[in-house]
Each structure stands twice: as structure tokens, then as C-alpha cells.
Design a binder for this molecule. Structure first.
Ligand code: GLP
Length: 249
């Protein structure tokens, strides 16, 4: 595990986008797991810049988003489809044939979840998974209590998570389809970005407590290739001992 701490959220996000660019340069056909949320917006802003300038290739990668709300149309501004469209997909070539997001409007949701999982396998598995973290330690929409071996499935959102959802005036979604923790753990590389004071406790729990489903992100402690990128605020509750592991990069 490598922990990188940057002075502020923009620097941390730029670092993450630059890492993704390096992976893409090494392997233009990269299979990427993508994440949404406010934390990721500056990552996509920097990635768009990288793609515009041709510093990294954007024509051949394949992507799978972590999650989507159930019963929220793709055109709804709060959907993750709409988020990805405006943050990344409308800026790249042919996203419809190679950028996949679970369909929360599917008639048969368990079948959709199974098909999504199968599609990841069909493309050879995830080379890299980008992750944020919820204030309660969730990754994707895997809430506290989710078994570490969970696969892509339909889940109920906790009140904590629902309170943090933005883009909905009313009727915030109650359920989502999310990649499971087991699915995420099979990604060859994981890249987790957390910024801001509101994530400091979750970051500390993820790193300093024994791995347990009470903090879903703690599953990552045993991931073979994990990079955690933080800003000062998100790292503010880590102790000196944990800071010893930090890569000086
Ligand atoms: C949602 C997403 C997660 C994301 C989390 C944090 O729950 N499903 O993938 O990590 O929000 O979002 P934010 O970056 O807005 O705090």
C-alpha cells in the first residue's frame, strides 16, 4: 500500500488523473473502473485536459462505473449516467460502445447486476479501479455490514449515504446497483482518492482498524496493489505511525 499526501484537493486530484494517464500511456486498451462523486470532478477535469492535449490516449480504453441509482432515469441530472456524460463521456470518442454503467432502470435488476459482472470478466477484468470513500467508509455503494466477498448487486442505501446525495430536490433514491467489494478487490490496481475534512474519520478507520465489514473500505488493506491519495485535510486524523508508510513520491 502506498499513501500519497498532497497539500490540497486539486493537487491530489491532479495526481490521481496523472496516474491514470500513465496507465493509459502504458496500455491504451486499459479496462478502468470509474467512480463518481464530488471528489472525482477535478480528476475528470484534469483527465479531459490530458485527453485534449493528447498527452494520453483516450480512444481505446474500456470503462465500468462502480454504481448507479435504481429508478432514476439516465437523463435525470442526479443520475451517474448524467454525471459521467458531462464529466467525461461527451468529451471522448464512441463512449456508448465501451463505457458501461449499471442500468438502474432495468426491468430485471438482479439479471442486470449479473450481466454487468459478466461483462467485466468478458473484458478480462479491471486493470485499475478508481475509488472514492463515503463518510461512513463505504466504497461504491457497499454500505457498512456488506460482506467483503460481495459481487455486483442491488443494495439499499443507508440514511447517512442518502443524506449526502446531491442533485435531487426531493425523492432521493433508496436503492442502487453497485459493484461488490469482491468485484472491486479483483481489480489489479486500486486508486482511492479522499479529500476534505469530512473524509478524515473514514480514512483513519480504513487504515488503522482491523479490516471489518463495519468499514467496507478496510477490505482494501489486503489489496495487493493499492494507492491512496489524500489531501492534508483527509489525512489529518492519521497518526505519525501510519504516516511512516507514506511514499515520499
Ligand atoms: C457515492 C459513490 C461513491 C463515492 C461516494 C463519495 O456514494 N457511490 O463511489 O465514493 O459517494 O462521494 P463524494 O466524493 O461526493 O463525497
Amino acid at each position: 500500500m502506498r499513501i500519497i499526501i498532497k497539500d490540497n484537493a486539486d493537487e491530489a486530484a491532479n495526481f490521481v488523473a496523472n496516474q491514470i494517464a500513465l496507465y493509459l500511456i502504458a496500455r491504451p486498451t486499459l479496462v478502468m473502473g470509474l467512480a463518481t462523486g464530488e471528489t472525482m470532478r477535478p480528476v475528470y477535469a484534469r483527465l479531459r485536459q490530458i485527453f485534449r492535449s493528447g498527452e494520453a490516449p483516450s480512444m481505446e480504453f474500456i470503462s465500468f462505473n462502480l454504481d448507479e441509482f435504481i429508478s432514476v432515469p439516465k437523463s435525470h441530472p442526479g443520475s451517474f449516467h448524467a454525471y459521467m456524460e458531462s464529466e467525461l463521456f461527451r468529451h471522448i470518442h464512441e463512449p456508448r460502445v465501451r463505457c458501461f454503467i449499471p442500468d438502474g432502470m432495468a426491468n430485471d435488476l438482479p439479471a442486470e447486476a449479473g450481466a454487468f459482472e459478466a461483462k467485466i470478466k468478458h473484458h478480462g477484468g479491471l486493470d485499475i479501479q478508481l475509488l472514492g470513500i463515503g463518510g461512513n467508509g463505504h466504497i461504491g455503494f457497499n454500505e457498512p455490514g456488506t460482506p467483503f466477498e460481495s459481487r455486483t448487486s442491488v443494495v439499499e442505501l443507508s440514511q447517512h449515504t442518502r443524506d449526502a446525495i446531491i442533485g435531487f430536490e426531493a425523492n432521493r433514491p433508496h436503492r442502487a446497483i453497485t459493484m461488490g467489494i469482491g468485484t472491486i478487490m479483483e481489480a489489479r490496481h486500486c486508486l482511492l482518492l479522499a479529500t476534505g475534512e469530512a473524509k478524515a474519520t473514514a480514512v483513519k478507520t480504513m487504515l488503522s482498524q482491523p479490516a471489518s465489514p463495519t468499514c467496507p473500505a478496510s477490505a482494501l488493506q489486503s489489496h495487493a496493489d493499492l494507492m491512496i491519495v489524500l489531501d492534508r485535510k483527509a489525512s489529518s486524523r492519521l497518526t505519525d505511525l501510519q504516516l511512516l508508510d507514506i511514499d515520499p513520491f
